[in-house]
Design a protein around this ligand. Structure first.
Ligand SMILES: C[S@@+](CC[C@H](N)C(=O)[O-])C[C@H]1O[C@@H](n2cnc3c(N)ncnc32)[C@H](O)[C@@H]1O
Length: 390
């Protein structure tokens, strides 16, 4: 890739082009960047390159002659690349545009300064105006560096194998997932366990979910054009539902923590669901719900046929066993949302239309919302995750 930069201030670019990945790419000949000083082409006595704007107004305008002559002297007749003027009026640069530019063999970048450039120079030598964002810089040099840097990363060989550009924000159409490096515990903040487990499928799934979640949260408009498969769409639906649930929890000032579905596998055995045979329900009700703070709600759930899955302590579990409870497996739908919430009230739960996985004092509630569980289990969308074996 060859890039020619037309500027009044070539020294602004030199340090950046000498450092790090760009510096290495240029030394290795993967990238050629030529800085052309427009001032050298001025025919004015004092090599002036700007003048007052016709029609009045603040500031100076870069004159056409030095620019047009600089282009003529430095671009061969058969130049087939793109001639770009960095300008806040231009098309906004993004990764798609960068990919487009990286397919060119050569680029010519014109950096404006002061109030801009005489329109006749632009008409004569420029194919396209390109903006690096909706703000105004003092000159186009920083814009040119941004273009060079972003394009260079896509030139084969410029990035080492450990600096791949394939998995990054925008390249995938999404924002990138969070990254971590050693140590695994930094001042008590731990790296997500999945990244330490060495299971590549789990890591890929976690990263994809994080990317989708971040994009949904920060740049939802990117999702309209991102390549998404069925799993992604299901995940997004789940994340949107999570957003609604979490907004509601926050509105009720309830502390919560969303848990990975896998957390269910790690729960202590006594926290798994219990199945109370029909005959034992009365006894169970008497023994387990009497005198409880939120017993009305619990009884309602119970009589609706749900066996709330209790995150119960040993004592409660023993009482349940004493009245005939049997342990059963907790079955959660693939897209279930699991929360550990504190201080939730029955009114709030009713507002969710979901059931609970509760401990006996309801100070900690495992709450599940989701679509129907599959298999021989009874679990309705948005309702209890209690499981009744057939
Ligand atoms: C002060 S600006 C001129 C702004 C111009 N008067 C306008 O309102 O559009 C000077 C030069 O900085 C460069 N520049 C400023 N903002 C830019 C942006 N967002 N993207 C690319 N180049 C920019 C352009 O080359 C421009 O000619």
């Amino acid at each position: 890739m060859r890039i020619k930069v037309f500027t009044l201030f070539p020294d602004m670019l030199r340090p950046m082009l000498a450092q790090s990945i760009l510096g290495r790419a240029i030394s290795a000949g993967l990238l050629q960047v030529e800085l052309i000083d427009i001032r050298e082409y001025s025919k004015e006595k004092h090599r002036n390159t700007d003048d007052y704007p016709f029609g009045g107004g603040a500031g100076m305008v870069m004159a056409a002659q030095p620019i047009v002559d600089a282009f003529a002297a430095n671009l061969p007749e058969d130049f087939h690349g793109r001639r770009i003027y960095l300008s806040p009026r231009g098309r906004t640069l993004n990764q798609r545009v960068v990919e487009e530019l990286a397919r060119e063999e050569e680029l010519a970048l014109l950096c404006g300064h002061y109030e801009g450039v005489d329109q006749r120079a632009l008409d004569a030598v420029i194919d396209e105006e390109l903006s690096i964002g909706d703000y105004v810089l003092t000159g186009g040099e920083l814009g040119a560096l941004v273009v060079i840097d972003a394009v260079a990363r896509l030139v084969p060989g410029v990035l080492g194998s450990d600096e791949s550009s394939e998995d990054e924000s925008f390249t995938t159409g999404l924002l990138e997932y969070p990254q971590y490096t050693r140590p695994a515990d930094f001042r008590g903040e731990k790296v997500p366990g999945v990244l330490l487990g060495g299971n590549h499928a789990d890591i890929t799934a976690w990263r994809r979910e994080q990317s989708l979640a971040l994009t949904l949260q920060r740049r939802p408009e990117l999702l309209d054009s991102a390549p998404l498969d069925e799993n992604d769409r299901a995940m997004l639906a789940r994340l949107k539902r999570a957003g609604e649930v979490e907004a509601l929890l926050a509105a009720h000032d309830i502390a919560f923590e969303r848990l990975p579905l896998k957390a269910a596998e790690q729960w202590p055995k006594q926290w798994l669901g219990v199945f109370v045979p029909e005959a034992s329900r009365k006894a169970a009700k008497k023994q387990c719900f009497s005198g409880r703070r939120h017993k009305g709600f619990l009884w309602q759930a119970f009589s609706m046929g749900y066996i709330p899955v209790f995150a119960a302590g040993d004592a409660a579990w023993e009482r349940w066993q004493a009245c005939g409870a049997q342990r059963c497996l907790l079955c959660l739908p693939d897209d279930a949302l699991l929360y550990r919430v504190q201080g939730i009230s029955p009114d709030v739960l009713a507002a969710f239309g979901c059931a609970i996985l509760a401990d006996e004092t309801l100070t900690h509630v495992w709450m599940q919302t989701g679509s129907p569980a599959r298999g021989p289990y009874y679990c309705e969308a948005g309702q209890a995750a209690a499981v009744l074996p057939k």
